[in-house]
Design a protein around this ligand. Structure first.
Ligand SMILES: [Zn+2]
Length: 554
């Protein structure tokens, strides 16, 4: 007897018509098939109501084939988030959300209420403060006294580049004993006293591992499950983790051992941090090579280590992105976190080990440095990639295409509602170069769309909305656009968020497209195929491996 089958009829089954590794272009229209037959874990047929496969399936009767009338709704491939942070997202889902606060007063009020409502939590963990909420600069004393038990209070900035904590938090972290790290910021007052603000490499080197080490295995596996559930609801069936470490990897293995499988295609890039010596830094690449030899597309295709990730600069809002010209408001010239000399041995070793390489570069100076390094030392066949690409030159856009470097972009970061400070920080003239997606695509760089969750909303429709309209998804009434001439097309955006992201990590032969022989990972959506209406798309169901894993009605 064959596996149970479902025949979807009367639908709009998305077909991008795009060749793997290429982009659709601004106005390329997709086509839509009417029917899709799913049997077991695979797509068995996509086509027309009159196709023989469809008529045969219908004739088999309801015991053999369930027929579903889609009533004109759309089926898209399950989305693959090209850049996200699984453990941080899962943990963030369980933290106090400060993103709606406007002032320090709002922050203090929320924390006071939360502390009172959660008397048993060992720490008060919060997320999503923005530097603009505390214009005078955040410090530990702002948080002291909010909790009668004086527990550690630790707050992630919305961009995840900074942690702000109270005095009890500084003690909990034992931050007094920390040495400065290259590219890290440990803020102190004039007397050298810690202010409770840890940014960039200091945050990554000290705070993240500490919080990961105090999280119990049960908390970590619960975080993964929460993130996977949230992603099913949003329409994802695949994710590319962009800062995998031992703690999160152990938790994934523990969860797999306990449950047999995790209903998500997970590809991980191992985070390589700048350590004291070159040998220590490169040893992290060796660890990734070792893991990739064990967990790869042939052995564990749904949970594998595919490469390394290096965070080569910070972000514009914190004035830590590496720029070719000084910041406009203070004439400070910020350089990338890594030098050419530091980056070269890491990229070389990863290339020797057959790993993929993902380099985070936000400012234009950093983009130039990473494109230089990748074009010199990375193997273009291994689909190297640059993450974010927020400010870039025309010349580097051309070089991305020439060197077949994936442009891994997060349109939700281009939301005009969060870019208010940019004209002051980098000047209007440089704002005109922001988020130049059109140039990347037209020059032939393969596109992969991602959300960078939990730093930004992870709705794939929000992502497509911003990419195509260049308007705000967070505040849809705001009519401001950000460089609309750099917009992507609708088909182009959906292709980049599905097959493009799958292509970026060599998974395009089995996911990201709706065709015969591919995995039955897809979503059913009530939507209109118009860019202005993408934000109103209504997710109805998510299917993974031929089974429904989320439904709006349940
Ligand atoms: Zn990220």
């Amino acid at each position: 007897m064959s596996a149970p089958a479902t025949l979807f009829v009367n639908g709009r089954i998305f077909q991008s018509g795009v060749k793997p590794g290429t982009n659709a272009g601004l106005s390329h229209p997709p086509t839509f098939a009417e029917c899709m037959l799913v049997r077991g874990t695979e797509i068995q047929h996509v086509g027309h109501a009159s196709d023989e496969e469809v008529t045969t399936a219908r004739a088999a009767g309801p015991d053999a084939v369930t027929v579903r009338d889609l009533e004109g709704k759309t089926i898209l491939p399950g989305f693959v988030d090209g850049h996200m942070h699984l453990m941080l997202l899962g943990q963030a889902l369980n933290k106090l959300d400060l993103s709606r606060c406007k002032t320090l007063d709002d922050i203090q009020t929320l924390i006071r209420e939360y502390a009172a409502a959660n008397p048993d939590a060992p720490r008060i963990l919060c997320r999503s403060y923005m530097h603009s909420m505390v214009p005078g600069g955040a410090k530990a004393s702002d948080l002291d006294g909010l909790d009668p038990q004086d527990r550690p209070i630790l707050i992630d900035s919305k961009d995840l580049h900074t942690t702000w904590c109270n005095t009890a938090g500084i003690k909990d972290l034992q931050a007094e004993s920390w040495a400065d790290v290259p590219g890290g910021i440990i803020e102190r007052d004039a007397d050298g006293k810690l202010l409770g603000i840890f940014s960039e490499a200091a945050n990554i080197t000290y705070v993240w591992p500490y919080l990961a080490s105090v999280a119990t295995m049960q908390e970590r596996t619960a975080a993964i499950k929460a993130a996977v559930a949230a992603y099913h609801e949003a329409g994802y069936t695949g994710m590319i983790d962009m800062a995998m470490d031992e703690g999160a990897w152990d938790a994934l293995q523990a969860l797999l051992a306990a449950e047999g499988s995790i209903p998500m295609r997970i590809a991980a890039y191992w985070l390589v941090k700048p350590l004291k010596t070159e040998a220590e830094t490169v040893a992290q690449v060796d660890r990734a090579i070792e893991l990739a030899a064990r967990y790869n597309a042939s052995t564990t295709p749904d949970c594998r280590v595919v490469g390394i990730k290096v965070i080569c600069d910070g972000i514009i809002d914190a004035c830590t992105a590496g720029l070719t010209e000084p910041y406009s408001h203070n004439e400070h010239l910020e350089v990338p976190l890594w030098t050419y000399e530091q980056l070269e041995p890491v990229v070389k070793r990863a290339t020797q080990g057959g790993l993929q390489i993902a380099l985070h570069a936000i400012g234009d100076a950093t983009v130039t440095m990473v494109v230089d390094t990748l074009s010199k030392y990375a193997d273009p066949e291994r689909r190297p990639r640059v993450e974010h690409l927020e400010l870039s030159s025309e010349r580097d856009a051309v070089r991305l295409g020439e060197n077949r470097i994936t442009a891994s972009i997060q349109p939700v970061h281009a939301d005009p509602a969060i870019l208010g400070a940019w004209p002051k920080l980098i000047g209007e003239h440089r704002c005109k170069r922001a988020f130049a997606y059109r140039e990347f695509a037209d020059n032939g760089a393969p596109l992969a769309l991602g959300s960078d969750a939990p730093t930004a909303p992870h709705s794939p429709f929000g992502n497509a909305y911003v990419a195509t309209t260049r308007r705000s998804f967070r505040e849809p009434d705001v009519e401001t656009t950000v460089n609309p001439h750099f917009a992507l097309g609708v088909c182009e955006s959906f292709a980049a968020g599905t097959e493009g992201a799958a292509y970026s990590c060599f998974d395009d032969h089995r996911i990201g497209v709706l065709k015969k022989g591919c995995k039955a990972d897809f979503v059913i959506v009530d939507m209109a195929w118009e860019k202005e209406r993408l934000k109103d798309a209504k997710m109805e169901e998510t299917w993974y491996d031929g089974a429904r894993v989320w439904s709006f009605s349940e």
